[in-house]
Write a protein that binds this ligand. Structure first.
Ligand code: PEP
Length: 244
């Protein structure tokens, strides 16, 4: 039995004032899923404090360095994230891949760096619109997973979460239909070997309270990675409540 997981990806949004207000407004009563909030690095401490006080959610980060320490100006290591009681970290978000040139090989190294430190990586995979139109969705997703599979052992998927995020659905208001998403989720699960049945596979791409329930009703959709809609505490809590 996989517990649903809802992860808020604030991206480079928010402020100290926003974060403080968010947690005074966030009411997770009736939520049965796991909940993760991923702020920008400067707000990790603030969100960690809020998580400790309320106990209703975990802290996540949006990225990490593949390196453990050293002369890497601007980077943040896994052990630094752990210092703030971070539990999850997003790796390979499509914005990191497309805007910052992160290759699947680099993403795989970040995945391993996170896991070796005891963090749970949320590995994002997904195709562009062009790749979908060329009917290459499964091929692209398989390649992104394979880069990680190449450098972990078969038990490596155990402490991990996968987020299927079709790039054309992120921040666009377009969502994959439940059937489209389910087909890719089932494929991803089939690629994870013996441990596939245990891994939480989240959907991401313009999830809102209005479309969450039908997505979460699919057999292989175990929750969501939520961008834009996670900036509204009330809307995010509604999405969390849709997962049972
Ligand atoms: C995301 O950033 O991972 C995401 C899914 O964004 P949005 O919900 O805004 O599409």
């Amino acid at each position: 039995m996989r517990t649903p997981l809802l992860a808020a990806n604030w991206k480079m949004n928010g402020s100290r004032e926003f974060a403080e207000r968010f947690f005074t407004e966030l009411n997770l009563e009736g939520v049965k899923s796991g909940v993760v909030v991923c702020p920008s690095f400067p707000y990790l401490g603030l969100v960690a404090d809020a998580a400790e006080k309320s106990g209703g959610f975990s802290l996540g980060a949006q990225d990490l360095s593949q390196e453990p320490k050293g002369a890497f100006t601007g980077e943040v290591s896994a052990s630094m994230l752990l210092d703030w009681n971070t539990r999850y970290v997003i790796v390979g978000h499509s914005e990191r891949r497309s805007l910052y040139g992160e290759t699947s090989e680099l993403v795989a190294k970040k995945f391993v760096a996170a896991q070796e430190a005891g963090l749970t990586p949320i590995l994002c995979v997904g195709e562009t619109l062009e790749e979908r139109e060329q009917e290459r969705t499964l091929e692209v997703v398989a390649e992104q997973l394979q880069a990680v599979a190449d450098i972990i052992d078969s038990a490596g998927w155990k402490q991990s979460v996968i987020a299927y995020e079709p790039v054309w659905a992120i921040g666009t208001g377009k969502t994959a239909t439940p059937d489209e998403a389910q087909a890719v989720h089932a494929f991803i699960r089939s690629q994870l070997g013996d441990l596939g049945a245990e891994v939480q596979i989240l959907y991401g791409g313009s999830v809102k309270s209005a479309n969450a329930r039908e997505l979460f009703a699919q057999a292989d959709i175990d929750g969501a990675l939520v961008g834009g809609a996670s900036l509204d505490a009330g809307e995010f809590a509604e999405i969390c409540r849709a997962a049972v």
